[in-house]
Design a protein around this ligand. Sequence first.
Ligand SMILES: Cc1cc2nc3c(=O)[nH]c(=O)nc-3n(C[C@H](O)[C@H](O)[C@H](O)COP(=O)(O)OP(=O)(O)OC[C@H]3O[C@@H](n4cnc5c(N)ncnc54)[C@H](O)[C@@H]3O)c2cc1C
Length: 379
Amino acid sequence: MKPSSFLVIGAGLAGAATAWRLAQRGHDVTVLERSEPANEMSSSHGSARIFRYAYADPFYVGLVKRTRPGWDELERAAAQTLISSGGCVDFGALRDPVGLAGVLEAQGVEHQLLSSTEAAARWPGIAFDSPVLWHEAAGVIDAESSVHAMLAQAVAHGARVRSDWTVARVEKTAHGYRARSTSGDTVEAERVVVAAGGWLPDLLSEIDLPQAFLEALPTFTVRQEQAYHFPYADSDAAGSWPTLISKSDQIQVYGLPGGRDADFRGQKIAEYNGGRAMPSAAHQDGRIDPRNRERVVAYVKEFLPGLVPEPYAETTCLFTNTPHEDFVIDGVDGITIVSPCSGHGAKFAPLVGEFAADLATGEGGVPDRFLVAASGVAA
Ligand SMILES: Cc1cc2nc3c(=O)[nH]c(=O)nc-3n(C[C@H](O)[C@H](O)[C@H](O)COP(=O)(O)OP(=O)(O)OC[C@H]3O[C@@H](n4cnc5c(N)ncnc54)[C@H](O)[C@@H]3O)c2cc1C
């Protein structure tokens, strides 16, 4: 395809990945970011996101297999480790470790199904309440470093990154689109990719998009999630902690070594979808709900005896959820919307960049499930 010019709105994992893939293909890319890449208010800040293959839905296991080579490529290009290994344990009746093991088996992903006694002998810091799925290929993504690595690759291929550039409007021109900033600056390009995370619900009404496309989009629910860092009771055991996902009829929790954010001395633990829902990222206040902290501390006391049940740090972060937890990657008239969150999008970043670049250039498609038509209304 002949090189085109692109504006990419947002420098989180999705925007950075898209910019990287577009620039790599020889396109002229300008990234517009309201704050700075991987900023604290975005969904891509910090050092810890789970990389895992264990999904009940084989479709996503297949996507993890497809995204892994992209991470390897990025790590080689950046000469940096972005996913640290450590494996993952899945447990709890509603997490269905036996069912997950069946999915991994069918997908050829190495794993072990352990009894709770076998697992307790291996990870004495965790009190397992069910059989346990272990897969070693899981690990922890350094989200912030990944954003910077992808943007560095984009810049190496000629892209420009403009920080503190808040897009207020995107309007159609004779040759493409003009983005207008809140301070009145403008920049033009033939095509636009919108990767605005939790700000997307507000921005959509400021973009010249056909009404039918807007109406076909699923509802986005932005949640202010809360995560806590708990110190390891035995600091010598720090390196042996895996990531974990557990689900009972009481609570769904995930945990992972917090890395740099946690000063390398604790496990980051959070309740999945435990945060307050809000219309958009503009409504976030960064406040922790004490009731949520209590729920997570109670969980740690019961299930994670290897942690001291008093958080020494805490943070908030935004999920941008669709009702079905599938991503949205779709476009119309030269505008591509990329919303890969729903609390599990980080691991797919290199592949999301490929999908978005394919769709935005017309060089390829994306899985049907990511198209707005999948939400039930044709665009
Ligand atoms: C607490 C938490 C835990 C998670 N855990 C996992 C996990 O374990 N595994 C996993 O795979 N995924 C996980 N995720 C999901 C993953 O982090 C997200 O899928 C990913 O960060 C989404 O990136 P994004 O680029 O879509 O959004 P963001 O990172 O929010 O990026 C959007 C960017 O757009 C910018 N922007 C917004 N509006 C404008 C505007 N008008 N003009 C210019 N710029 C604008 C923002 O400043 C921001 O930088 C987690 C997310 C959270 C919040």
